[in-house]
Design a protein around this ligand. Structure first.
Ligand SMILES: Cc1cc2nc3c(=O)[nH]c(=O)nc-3n(C[C@H](O)[C@H](O)[C@H](O)COP(=O)(O)OP(=O)(O)OC[C@H]3O[C@@H](n4cnc5c(N)ncnc54)[C@H](O)[C@@H]3O)c2cc1C
Length: 570
């Protein structure tokens, strides 16, 4: 082992950020702009903005029009292919292969991640919804798990702050369950979606169909949308990386701004294996890394450490950071580290066709759809006796591609221009409760190729989830019926946790180190110079896509860290 071969000083920074994805990129930008010499350590390869090899490819440029061959799926994506829609030729280079990045499952867990600079900011779906006190107060009111140590008023100004920079489009609706934000102009609903909105609201006044709130720049202001951003071209190829920088990613937004300060250093291919705790100082002194290419080990030092390796990555790192003071993982005084694993429901929804709009067209594509916010258990009127919490839907209506078979030449051309029918689909995203027994842990007897203990998942849906799922499907059918749709099909395939790619909760925030890992500022209760601001911090899961909340908590935590440093407490 070789530590500090070039001297400790050269490896000492004001701050270290572990992971360069959605939350890590934001942490680094905030630290750098406040003047902190910041080192990002990212376990995956470097990807520069614009280095998106498939971004300009058309379906005919891919073998099999972008579908992967069965041999490749079987060899490299045998777990992820359980979600048959997921891996494709256009973005497979951004997804970890199951054979290269093994994990174990006591119960099935679908883990989707990408180890490279930018993390999942490059291929996320960009949907952004605020949480409200309906979410922050739910655990306390219902006596479930533990109380959140914050309320909406604590995070509201930070939503304002980050939404402005990120650039979130949306329509103000004045709904308490998803508070309005600082929105750019929305992607309009198309004629069928607008019809759905009007007809469904007449029958079900709480079921609101609104344009998705989305981190694609529908309006671009170079003074606000700093970095390498640009106007959205509605190409709908976001999952491959956007050469226009039109959606929020680390590459297009946070990393270039951080770089421009002159305070950023980024080391790719650097697997952080441990956060080092200094018993005498009562805080972390730095981190150990393993170079993913050379296999050499190094140590880096900093006054503040931001842990943003994603929910599972950060929790694994903390569990692996064992010392005399923390034999069960850094900051794990409560024994809750790794527990309370949550995600959102997946694999349920409905589809249909809609007649009567054959003469209506729309132009171009749209990297977005509609959203139906939660309408169950948000008031006395909407209270259910059979389950707690709720669900929302994401969906869209579009023309079905009209591809007549067996024709050539003029006849084909004529037929192909005839518009297809309108098709509607909607997927339900529901809340999963924080159960102590739903967990991840490390198997120290089994190691990956880098010598890291294998991550093992043991989580499942329970009774509340199963009851909620049934209602989620019934309501989807009701919505389509109320809209006058035809050929309604619904599905409820109970996928495993992880499938919704919103993993959360394994190092939760709380009031005390007896029941939680982090305090209300995302600091480890017992190691105050380590901040964890990715999804592992979440105390419950809500129904909303969570990343904008991680971003807001990150900006808030950096602000707090800065104040603590200036006050001499960190
Ligand atoms: C297809 C898809 C669609 C999605 N849609 C949405 C959506 O619409 N809305 C939404 O809110 N969310 C969505 N998500 C989820 C969203 O991507 C994640 O919530 C978000 O990226 C989490 O941010 P993060 O910073 O915690 O982790 P990530 O963005 O995953 O970044 C973590 C980074 O840490 C690095 N890392 C891990 N371990 C280590 C280590 N030991 N040392 C160094 N580096 C490490 C990883 O390589 C990675 O780069 C989607 C995800 C996917 C894949």
């Amino acid at each position: 082992m070789m530590f500090n071969s070039k001297g400790k000083e050269e490896r000492t920074y004001d701050a270290i950020v572990i992971g360069s994805g959605i939350s890590g990129g934001y942490a680094a930008m905030e630290l750098c702009t406040k003047g902190y010499k910041t080192l990002i350590l990212e376990r995956g390869r470097d990807i520069k903005h614009g280095d998106y090899p498939t971004a300009n490819m058309d379906p005919w440029d891919f073998e099999n029009q972008g579908k992967l061959k069965q041999e490749e799926l079987d060899k490299h994506y045998f777990k992820q292919n359980r979600l048959s829609w997921w891996v494709g030729e256009g973005h497979k280079h951004l997804i970890n292969k199951d054979d290269e990045y093994p994990y174990d499952e006591v119960k099935r867990y679908d883990w989707i991640r990408g180890h490279h600079v930018g993390g999942r900011s490059l291929m996320w779906g960009r949907q952004c919804y605020r949480w409200s006190d309906i979410d922050f107060e739910a655990n306390l009111k219902e006596g479930i798990a533990i109380d959140w140590p914050i309320r909406y008023k604590d995070i509201e100004p930070w939503y304002d702050y980050v939404e402005t920079f990120v650039g979130v489009s949306g329509r103000k609706e004045g709904l308490p369950q998803i508070p309005d934000g600082k929105f750019l102009k929305p992607h309009d609903l198309n004629c069928v979606e607008q019809h759905m909105r009007e007809s469904v609201m007449k029958k079900y006044p709480h079921r609101i169909i609104t344009p998705g709130r989305c981190a694609n720049l529908t309006e671009y202001d170079p003074k606000i949308h700093l970095g390498k951003r640009g106007q959205c071209q509605n190409r709908n190829r976001c999952v491959r990386g956007c050469p226009y920088g039109a959606y929020f990613s680390s590459q297009a937004a946070t990393l270039p701004v951080a770089e421009d300060t002159g305070n950023l250093s980024l080391r790719a291919d650097s697997i952080v294996t441990e956060i080092v705790y200094d018993k005498k100082l009562g805080k972390a002194s730095g981190v150990r890394i393993k170079d993913a290419i050379s296999g050499k080990e190094y140590e880096y030092f900093a006054r503040i450490i931001f842990c943003n390796a994603s929910t599972v990555g950060s929790t694994a790192l903390l569990l692996n950071s064992r010392s005399e003071s923390f034999p069960d993982g850094l900051g794990n005084t409560s024994g809750e580290l790794g527990h309370n694993m949550m995600d959102h429901h997946y694999g349920m929804g409905a589809s249909a066709t809609m007649d009567g709009f054959e003469d209506k067209y729309y132009k171009g594509r749209r990297p977005n759809g509609f959203y139906i916010p939660r309408f169950r258990n948000i008031s006395k009127e909407t209270k259910r006796d059979d389950y707690v919490r709720g669900f929302g839907y994401q969906g869209g209506a579009s023309r079905v591609a009209n591809v007549p078979e067996g024709l050539v030449g003029a006849e084909l051309k004529e037929q192909i221009f005839a518009p297809g029918q309108y098709h509607i689909w909607m997927t339900c995203f529901g809340e999963i409760l924080p159960y102590h027994e739903n967990k991840m842990f490390l198997n120290f007897d089994k190691k990956d190729k880098h010598g890291m203990p294998i991550i093992t998942f043991d989580a499942e849906l329970k009774e509340n989830e199963m009851t909620l799922r049934k209602d989620g499907v019934i309501c989807a059918e009701e919505i389509l019926e109320a809209a006058g749709a035809k050929n309604i099909n619904s599905w409820n395939e109970a996928t495993a946790p992880g499938a919704c790619i919103h993993e959360m909760g394994t190092a939760r925030m709380g009031h005390s180190n007896k029941t939680s890992v982090l305090n209300k500022w995302n600091q480890i209760h017992d190691v105050p110079n380590v901040f964890v601001t990715d999804g592992s911090c979440m105390t419950s899961s809500g129904t909303q896509n969570p990343s904008i909340t991680y971003i807001a908590l990150t900006a808030r935590a950096v602000d707090h860290a800065d104040r603590e440093v200036k006050a001499g407490r960190l």
